[in-house]
Write a protein that binds this ligand. Structure first.
Ligand SMILES: [Zn+2]
Length: 289
């Protein structure tokens, strides 16, 4: 199925969210705390013994510091196929392996969207050379082709699924989603029906953003935290509803690898096209060329 193909091309030419919303950054307010996908925060425990000032504690994690902009390439894939022609939205699995091996060779480490959000909002530490590998549409080949190759290299991904496609032919089932989740992947919403979130009646918009969250959470058995705008299209109404629904991030399209606090709800993702050779792929990891 075409997935993002039709209007994705138009969206990719779009200069970004600035042209689509008049919401000033100061209105983009997220909850103060963001749960991590990989290690839920430990409940607060009152200290029984006062700790002398300056004494070391048993907290192994460095204290959060330096919240703010974070530079992390966020790659966007659609299909990874066992054998694919040179087309934009389907990547041949051997090319995918070459890209993964290149990331390993250059010491990149995959993180989840929640890891990125926590780093931006609280200064939570990230591994050296962090990178996000995301997949849109919830295609079955993410499990069959991408997952085993990433798992073999110690990598995790983020997959944005369409609410009403869960279990449909060619798409991931709820069991598939739980398997990926259990392997450390993050699951997010890509809407309920994969329509662009523009010019929709309020009820339909709510179903795309809030209804899909409910549906995917029911399939997964736990909350989800990230939304990816179909075709990269965001409006003022959809942005506000994404925030109101309780998501802590929104994934869009763009050409930047630096992500700022006021951009948490339209994070720039760079599309790794099926037509890209290794040099074009490597170009995604650095500043826009
Ligand atoms: Zn899509």
């Amino acid at each position: 199925m075409a997935g993002c193909a039709r209007t994705g091309q138009a969206a990719a030419r779009d200069p970004g969210p600035a042209s689509r919303t008049t919401v000033p950054p100061t209105t983009i307010v997220a909850p103060a705390t963001v749960p991590r996908s990989t290690s839920p925060p430990a409940p607060a425990t009152p200290a029984l013994t006062p700790t002398p000032a300056g004494a070391p504690t048993d907290d192994a994690s460095p204290p959060p510091s330096h919240p703010g902009p974070v530079t992390v390439p966020i790659l966007l894939y659609h299909h990874v196929r066992a054998s694919a022609p040179l087309v934009r939205y389907s990547l041949d699995a051997r090319r995918f392996e070459t890209q993964l091996d290149d990331l390993v060779a250059h010491d990149y480490h995959t993180i989840t969207m929640q890891d990125l959000v926590n780093a931006i909002r609280t200064g939570a530490p990230l591994p050296e050379r962090p990178i996000l590998i995301t997949f849109d549409d919830g295609n079955r080949d993410a499990l069959d082709q991408a997952f085993p190759r990433m798992r073999a290299r110690g990598m995790v991904g983020v997959i944005y699924v369409v609410g009403n496609r869960i279990g449909a032919d060619g798409f991931l089932t709820r069991e598939n989603l739980r398997l990926l989740r259990d392997a450390g992947w993050e699951i997010g919403s890509h809407g309920m029906t994969h329509v662009a979130l523009s010019d929709l009646p309020a009820e339909a918009l709510a179903d795309e953003i809030e209804g899909s969250k409910t549906a995917i959470e029911a399939a997964l058995g736990e909350p989800i935290h990230s939304f990816a705008y179909p075709f990269g299209v965001m409006t003022e109404e959809s942005l506000l509803l994404v925030i109101r629904a309780g998501y802590t991030s929104g994934a869009g399209l763009g050409i930047r690898n630096e992500h700022r606090p006021d951009g948490l709800f339209y994070l720039s993702r760079r599309e790794a096209r099926g037509t890209y050779g290794l040099e074009a792929f490597r170009a995604l990891l650095g500043p826009p060329g």
